[in-house]
Design a protein around this ligand. Structure first.
Ligand SMILES: CC(C)(COP(=O)(O)OP(=O)(O)OC[C@H]1O[C@@H](n2cnc3c(N)ncnc32)[C@H](O)[C@@H]1OP(=O)(O)O)[C@@H](O)C(=O)NCCC(=O)NCCS
Length: 330
């Protein structure tokens, strides 16, 4: 095979040390371990120390990805950071990561697509590699969700954690790499999951802070229903477009927002349990960090080997939808 594709050739992760269990959250909000486990599947999550910039986690994950492959930061052409918790509104966190890494020959930018951010960034980065424009692209999904959580709102604060994952994309001509992707946006869903304050629509004032508009706000059931429908619909669409049957998929890595959403997608796609990656119990929803962290879990569990067919899927605020089909390269 001679088609040039962008392949994930290395992966790195960075997760804060501090683990917060459901029992810990019982002391902060009116919730219970039983409610969180049965409604979401989450048992614990990691929290960064207050004031930790997202670039710190993003840089650590990127450095690990480069070190694992023995690549010098000076060889990196492009850095894309997917995040909804940038260090600051501008400049882009990718620029801060570029500086921290010493990747002085790379350019970079951020992508805002919430929980689909990593997949949007992956397919964007892969396009630069597949086209022949770049040889080495770092794609990072990183979020410090605790910086935008309202710890008086039990319906959102129990769901999220902090973390980052990074992948290195390089060209391959052996059939491995990104085969195809499908993205959708549905802006009519913007009202169901957002952070309303601090942007141009509601610049930060004492009033917006008093109203807690600088925190995540979500109507969970709307997001839940949309996610269940879209995971199956877009995954099936991408497989059909590429003439691939569900049986041929070796691993399904879905965004980890709710165990019930992942199980519903599994059922609708007709996938057996052993082909589905689940790590939500340990991390919660880390937004852009989730998919690379889940790929990391699959590697830890030795469930990924060269030439495996991997289906990635995500749904996030926007709404945004991402699916990607790839052959694992190592
Ligand atoms: C958030 C989510 C877990 C809530 O589950 P749900 O089954 O829809 O629960 P509801 O919102 O209907 O709430 C049910 C009850 O539990 C209560 N509840 C909400 N959070 C709670 C918590 N942490 N602890 C205890 N009770 C809680 C609600 O107040 C409500 O009580 P009421 O019936 O007395 O009003 C679920 O909707 C979800 O996962 N949505 C998608 C989230 C998501 O994917 N977000 C990220 C984008 S990818």
């Amino acid at each position: 095979m001679s088609t040039r594709r962008a392949a994930i050739t290395s992966l790195g992760r960075s997760v804060p040390e501090r683990v917060v269990t459901n029992a810990d959250l019982e002391k902060i909000v009116n919730t219970s371990d039983e409610w969180i486990r049965t409604r979401t599947g989450i048992q614990r999550r990691h929290y960064a120390a207050p004031g930790t910039p997202t670039s710190v986690l993003a840089t650590a994950a990127a450095r690990e990805a480069l070190d694992r492959r023995g690549v010098n930061p000076l060889e990196v052409d492009l850095i894309i950071v997917a995040t909804v918790t940038p260090d600051m509104t501008f400049p882009a966190t990718a620029c801060i990561v570029q500086d921290k890494l010493g990747a002085t020959k790379a350019w970079g930018f951020d992508i805002s697509a919430a929980c689909s951010g990593f997949l949007y960034a992956l397919t964007m980065g892969a396009s630069f590699v597949a086209s022949g424009k770049h040889e080495k692209v770092l794609v990072i999904g990183a979020d410090v969700m605790t910086s935008i959580l309202n710890f008086e709102d039990r319906s959102t604060c129990v769901l999220f954690g902090d973390g980052a994952g990074a992948v290195l994309l390089e060209p391959r001509e052996d059939g491995t790499g990104l085969i195809d992707f499908n993205h959708e946006s549905d802006g009519s869903g913007a009202c169901y999951l957002n952070m309303p304050g601090g942007g141009s629509a509601r610049p930060t004032t004492h009033e917006t802070v008093d109203q807690k508009l600088h925190y995540v706000q979500q109507q969970g059931q709307h997001v839940f229903k949309f996610a269940v429908r879209k995971f199956a619909e877009t995954s099936q669409g991408l497989l059909a477009k590429n003439g691939v049957s569900t049986d041929e998929v070796d691993l399904f890595v879905a965004h980890q927002a709710n165990l019930r959403i992942i199980d519903a997608a599994k059922e609708r796609l007709g996938l057996p349990e052993e082909k589905v990656v689940k790590n939500i119990q340990d991390y919660g929803n880390t937004t852009a960090g989730t998919i690379p962290l889940a790929l990391g879990t699959a590697l830890d569990q030795k469930r990924l080997k060269k030439d495996d067919l991997v289906l990635l899927a995500s749904v996030g605020a926007g709404f945004t939808v991402g699916t990607a089909l790839l052959r694992w390269a190592y």
